[in-house]
Design a binder for this molecule. Structure first.
Ligand code: 5RP
Length: 229
């Protein structure tokens, strides 16, 4: 994983975001992810909307919805959509085979629904997010509160070390009213297999392994844009 200073990283995030927004067409329903990289894309879309681009959007989090609305982007009810034309979201890690870890911002469940609905699910990143094997970043797992201990113990049995996410010494609560367990599985040899195992745990709403959902990753490195698809 490359180490970048924040200014350089932000420049790369912006460049990847601008490259992704070029794929958005008039009339599209656009899925909007969550996080600092996606924020650059939402701001650019807001500018394009002011210039006359006609889009409607679905938001993966309350903060994304608020930002999009403040920029004049019309927001649709995600629960009513059968398809999304294009989505733009960030990632915490990705591999060249387009497997991802997401959920650093805690929005993984809605992000996964949006990506699953999307004909063209685009991930945008700076160069620091590209890895050979997933797993240096812990796998976020969203869990229904009453199943917390059960899911925690199951993760442990699968060889994961879980930590209940807290921010500023307060338990982190997702937009869906749930908890996040950040699970350390070490470097993951077979993310698809782990994804299937985690999906079988009752009470686990979603996990941050995104396998076979992504259409392309647009990564900015220095002044280059590299597209993995
Ligand atoms: C939020 C996410 C984000 O896309 C991920 O954490 C990357 O965030 P950033 O663009 O701020 O690095 O999955 O749940």
């Amino acid at each position: 994983m490359a180490t970048l200073d924040k200014t350089q990283q932000d420049a790369e995030k912006l460049a990847a975001a601008l490259a992704a927004v070029k794929f958005v067409k008039d009339g599209d329903i656009v899925g909007l992810g969550t996080g600092s990289t996606t924020t650059f894309a939402i701001k650019e879309l807001g500018k394009r909307v002011k210039e006359g681009l006609n889009i409607k959007a679905a938001a993966s989090s309350i903060r994304t919805e608020e930002l999009a609305k403040s920029l004049g982007i019309k927001i649709l009810d995600l629960g009513r959509l059968s398809k999304i034309d294009i989505s733009i979201d960030g990632a915490d890690e990705f591999t060249e085979s387009l497997d991802l870890i997401k959920g650093g911002g805690g929005a993984l469940f809605r992000e996964k629904i949006i990506a699953s609905l999307s004909k063209n699910a685009i991930i945008i990143t700076d160069a620091s997010k590209k890895v050979k094997k997933l797993g240096a970043f812990t796998v976020p797992v969203e869990v229904i509160p009453l199943a917390y201990q059960y899911v925690f113990d199951q993760i442990n049995q699968f060889g994961g070390k879980g930590i209940l996410r807290s921010v500023d010494n307060k338990t982190f609560i997702t937009d869906n009213g749930n908890l996040i367990i950040d699970a350390d599985f070490g470097l993951i040899d077979d993310p698809a297999k782990l994804s299937v195992k985690l999906n079988q745990i009752n009470g686990l709403l979603a996990h941050g392994l995104f396998i076979n959902i992504t259409s392309k990753v647009i990564m900015s490195e220095g002044t280059n844009i590299i597209i993995f698809e």
